[in-house]
Structures are given as structure tokens and as C-alpha cells.
Design a protein around this ligand. Sequence first.
Ligand code: ADP
Ligand code: MG
Length: 472
Amino acid sequence: MHPDSTTVWDNCLNYIRENISEQSFKTWFVPIVPIKLDNKVLTIQVPSQFFYEWLEEHYVVLLRQAIDRELGMEAKLEYSVIVDKGNDHSKPYTISLPTGKSGSPKGPNGQHKNPDNPFDLRSLDQIQQKSHLNPQYTFNTFIEGDCNRLARSAGFAVAAKPGVTSFNPLMVYGGVGLGKTHLVQAIGNEIKGNLNDKFVLYVSSEYFTNQFIEAVKNNKVQDFTNFYLQVDILIIDDVQFLSGKEKTQEIFFHIFNHLHQSGRQIIMTSDCPPRDLKGLEERLLSRFKWGLTADLQQPDLETRIAIIQKKMQADGIDIPANVIEYLAYSVDTNIRELEGVIISLIAHASLTKKDIDLELAKQTLKNIVQDIESEVGIDFIQKTVSDYFDVALDDLKAKTRKKEIVIARQTAMYFSKEYTNHSLKSIGYHFGGRDHSTVIHAVQSVNDMIDTDSKFKSSIEELKKKLKMRTV
Ligand code: ADP
Ligand code: MG
């Protein structure tokens, strides 16, 4: 019996789900409906033209891989795009996805002289293809701010003179979603643009480790090492992943020394400063300190706004300024989360055929922020506190100086500070655009009242219980 479209698509989904974030999966893949499978042509229905374009732009490789695995390389994918509400479907049209071995970079077919050996480089062409760089990660798209100035300019210097500056190795560290991968790939792209005879290679430490394990299994450790010794600029992402992997560290140490001694550039990232890297051999750690270590910090509001504007411009999407500002205020943890929220917003607008405005942004955010923070949000705190003190919700955001309202407002600010990840600035914004010093003052007043007023103190305890019921 032949598999049907639902089974095939379900298997594709399982594969896709493992390779992208849950949020992207929900946003872009859950709404897809498999329609038919006919002679290795799988037809899927997507909710709008925009959806189709987004999938093609962002997920084409992943889709190809999933389909390859299920139906083989000669299989095709057709989209049926819902043109309008109702049942009126457009005629499906065929899109040819890039063909080729799953996972290998796109490129002209049949060029791999020795497809069984991934370490075999025969031509410059292949060298270029193997850089594993995302062309969108450039300096041009990397917004400068106080949070990244040192790392960015060090990166720029390295890109201008790889292997020559004293920034070798260059180690960029910072929390998740703060732009490490983007920055180091920008360096790689810049070098490739300027000096196209250089072999630039970007690998994640995980990829490096897996490749090494494979090489050991297949008796190809020598090929593996030789391959890496040809690299002129080695970019290795998330080195914290090497912790505890002694054999991989050993080979990396060897490659590192060789490249460094022969004046090649090494660029690394990590999620913490080298001194805090656990499970890494001391001799390797001391190598990391030879060059320059630069950190990326949480971007401030202005930088966040600039980043969103730039991204939207690049994607040709128009989002009103007040929506951008609202999102930048509300999501201040990291840039990846911010992007995730915007992508959901765009998808939401496209699905419901609504314009992107503040109302829709608030709705979308409400659904997601709780997922992200898995804690109470400011909205919920404001509602709970205003109910408890029996004051109007709007008064918390208004200018009223009435005593009972001031107390309720300050209490809500206090809990927003205690229970959410919002910055003081962001909290102020959610209380009628007050500034951060007002929030500091509110927190202080509440602490004072807790110390001096036992009735107030028990109100706080009760409110804590109400809020916590939601937290767990
Ligand atoms: P990390 O590797 O530190 O986890 P990424 O480099 O993957 O973070 O960045 C997450 C997202 O944020 C990417 O889409 C990246 O393009 C974007 N980003 C981060 N910093 C900046 C910046 N300064 N300018 C523009 N985009 C940025
Ligand atoms: Mg990264």
C-alpha cells in the first residue's frame, strides 16, 4: 500500500519540528494542510500567498530535506494557496525546490567528485560552498549599539586583516539570542567578500563534534584533521558545547595550535566568559585567552527599535512605528525572542487578514509572552491588583494622585518588578508611560509600607498567593 499525503506530511512534520523552534513550528507549519500525494508530488495547502513566500524564503532547505527523507530526491512539493476567505482555492502551482543531497549546500549537481568523503576538497568552488555562512548575516545588517560596540569593532578589525591583528583568537561571548552567531558570520562574510581566495569556514561546535565522531567511526580522522588544517579563517560557534568532550577538545587543540602558528585566524563564541567555561581543559582555555575576548550585552531600547526596523525593511514589511516601539518595550530579554514575537505577529495578521496595529500586537504578545516567560505578565498583575484594591484598571495607568489609587499603582509596579523580567523602563511604559525612577520610587514605598504597616503587609501576602497560583 502506498502512504497517503497525511502520513507523509506527518512524518515530514516530525522531522521539521526537531529542527526549528517550537514557536516557528506552531506559526508556520501547524496551519499547513496536506491535500494529496500523487506520483511523488505532495500538495500542501497554505493559508495565504504571504505564507507561501515566507516558507519559500525561510524554510525551503528544511522542507526539501524533509521531503527527500520521505519520498526521495525526485519528489516534488506543490503549494495550494488559499487566495481569499471561503473555499475558493487557487490552482496549485508547482515550485521546484533545490535538489541535491539533503543537508549539503545548494550547488550545481554532480560537482562532488567524491561524495562519500566530506573532507575531500577538489576545487575552489567547493571551498566556497563549504563555508556554511548565511549571506544575510553581514555587518550591514548588524546594528551597532553600546551593547556590542567593542565586539563589533574588534570583529571589523579582524575582518579587515584576518590573522594579522592581535585579536587572534577573537572570542565573542554573551547570552542566547544576543547576536554572537550573527556577528561572527558577518566577519566571515566580510572576509569572503574581500579576499575570495581565503577558505573561510563556519562550524558550530556541535557540528564539529559530530563530524569528528563520524570520522572516528569511519577511520577518517586523518582526513578530518587535514581538512581543518586547510582552513584560513576558522569560525567555531558555541564552544561551551565542547565541555566534557575530551577527545574532541584534544583534536581541536591540535588544529587550533597549528592554525594559530601559521597565522590563520580563529574566531570563537561562547555563552559565558572563558573563565567560566566548565569542563574545558586548562591548556585549551589558556589558548582562548591569547587574543581578545569581547562580550555582547543586552541591547537597550533604542538599539532594539533600530534592529526591528532594519529587519522589517529587509523583509519588505511595513509595521507602524508605535507597534515597533511597543514590542521593543515589551520584549527586552533578547533579540531572538523579539524576532519570534514579530514573526508571530506577521503570521497572525496574515491569517486573520487584519492590519498590523497596536491592538493586534497586544493580542499576539499576550499569547506568547506567557509561553516565553512562563510567569505572570504585567497585564495580569495590574488586573489582580486593581481587583484586590477595588480601583479601576485604567486608573493604574492614569495620572490620578488619589491615595488609594497611588497605593494600588505602586503595588502593581512592585509586583511587576518582582515577578516579571521587564526592565524598569518597560514597567514604567506599561503604567501610562512613567519613567524608570517612578518605578524605583514605587518599589521603595512598597517596601517601606511592608515594614511599617502590618495590614498592608498581609495584603501583599494575599496578593502574592493570588499571583503565584498563576505562576505555577
Ligand atoms: P546568539 O548566537 O547570540 O544566540 P544570534 O546571532 O543567533 O544570537 O542572534 C539572534 C537574532 O538576533 C538573529 O536573527 C540576529 O540577526 C539578530 N540580532 C542580534 N543582534 C543583532 C544586531 N545587533 N543587529 C541586528 N540583528 C541582530
Ligand atoms: Mg548562536
